[in-house]
Design a protein around this ligand. Structure first.
Ligand SMILES: [Zn+2]
Ligand SMILES: [Zn+2]
Length: 109
């Protein structure tokens, strides 16, 4: 099913909320969005790498403080998110965002 956003509310420290034209609502937390980055680097060719749980990983504290630096609209079909961890190549199309909608209804479907 395809749909466009009717309204997008962006919080650089919390995440994104999208009201879709078909009446659906999606709430994406920052970490969830970052984990679902659709770029080639993050999706990789080896499948989804397991989350790093090693103690003493210096990147963990940065992960905890993950923020959005800026969001750039790409045409009228996607947004590009510039993350505080330096990653900025992810292009989140409406299609992708709708597909990864974390609400109970979509997760069940
Ligand atoms: Zn990425
Ligand atoms: Zn949903």
């Amino acid at each position: 099913m395809q749909s466009d956003p009717e309204h997008i509310a962006i919080s650089k420290s919390k995440g994104i909320h999208i009201d879709w034209k078909d009446g659906h609502h999606s709430d994406y937390g920052l970490v969830y969005l970052r984990d679902h980055c659709p770029c080639a680097t993050c999706t990789g060719s080896h499948g989804t790498p397991p989350r790093a749980h090693e103690s003493g990983n210096p990147f963990q504290m940065f992960k905890a403080a993950l923020k959005i630096n800026s969001i750039e609209p790409i045409g009228n079909y996607a947004i590009k998110i510039d993350w505080s961890d330096g990653h900025s190549t992810g292009l989140y199309s409406w299609d992708h965002l709708r597909k990864v909608c974390p609400c109970g209804e979509c997760v069940r479907a």
